[in-house]
Design a binder for this molecule. Sequence first.
Ligand code: PMP
Length: 442
Amino acid sequence: DASPVAGRSNEQFWKSANDKLIGFGGGWMPVRIVKAKGTVLYDEKGNRLLDWTSGQMSSLLGHGHPEIVETVTKYVTNLDHLFSPMVSDPVLDLAERLTAMLPPGLDKCLFLSTGSETNEAALKMAKMYTGGFEIVSLSASYHGMTHGAGAATFTVGRKGYGPQVPGNFTLPVPYAYRSPFRHPDGSYDWKTELDYGWDLIDRQSTGSLAACLVEPIVSTGGIIPLPDGYLTALKEHCRQRGMLLIMDEAQTGMARTGDMFGFEHEGVVPDILTLSKTLGCGLPLGATITSNEIESVVRKRGFFYLTTHLNDPLVCAVGAKVCDIVVREDMPRQAREKGALLRAGLLRLQEKYPQYIGDVRGRGLLQGIEIISDAKTKAPGSKLGAAVADRCMELGLSCNIVSLPALSGVFRLAPPVTITPEEIEEGLQIMDRAFAECIDKL
Ligand code: PMP
């Protein structure tokens, strides 16, 4: 029961893709997906492909969740889109639900469409509130493609567009597996690394620091959980400098990591929280959330952020439904339990292929495995990783491998929280077979 394929042959499909679409910088994946349901994608021949990326880390509840379908159908029929300054009930439903799930200090919401936009709004708010303009983010950061969020993104997309938005600095990502900041006994000294990073920033800053923007688990940049205590220390560094702490939970928010929000793990409440991908369960919805105090100050100072899809009833109704489902079904617990299964399987793979799987890390259903080519030197195994990812695709598992110039060969695994234990086992078996075959060919 595949969707219509518009009568195109495969040859016409790929020709049209190359002729008519603007390239994004990477190549198109060689699959033609015509249907997505639950954890499974189907190509034009009806082949099954397990989706361990949740589309783009967004389909938190799987593709085509019946309650999301029902909500979209209802609102697209009755209340799809309004002039931005018009408020509607679904928008308040979402704002009330989200703020009830969040601690005091995260009191007011702005609903937008994408992660980039939510960070853009957060950065502007922080600049207006503090009167500063300088922004600090991690060296393996990805916060979006627009100019402000892009300037705080140190992994990709910085070259070729003239000057960046001025005043963006980077802290070394606390990358326990590879950081040179170690004591003679081998223990990782992230505190010294963090202090050193701030010392460099203080030397470069003009004294106008506004905000620090981080994810609780660096996701696109290689699944790097921040060490316990890191966020507390970071918040203190911000406080000392009069800066706000902005947490970007595009990938970690809404139960994925085993907590409802990633910041709960350490209990450090950000001054501004941004949510996107997971909140809309595959639809374009994002939220920038902050305190009454920050909102009232920036409002008085003329904060203006109006987009065509600001507070759109259709997507906000979906977001409110996502909130209902994640609370009702205790999705954080599901992510913890299924994440433990996934992690145990990945550790078994590491035991089986210790020469090639250097590290397994993550929380809940956001897990990463780092591929190496030499266990002693930890030399990156990007070539093997790419071959394994390709073979997984052929065998029926879609899994994303981070391929950034500075960091490659890390599998980023984020299946829907609705994944079944059987689908976890099936995916692990495919990975096992792909590793065995690709290692054989080395
Ligand atoms: N923040 C994070 C943590 C992300 O992973 C992404 C997308 N990869 C973004 C922001 C940007 O979101 P969008 O692509 O929706 O603009």
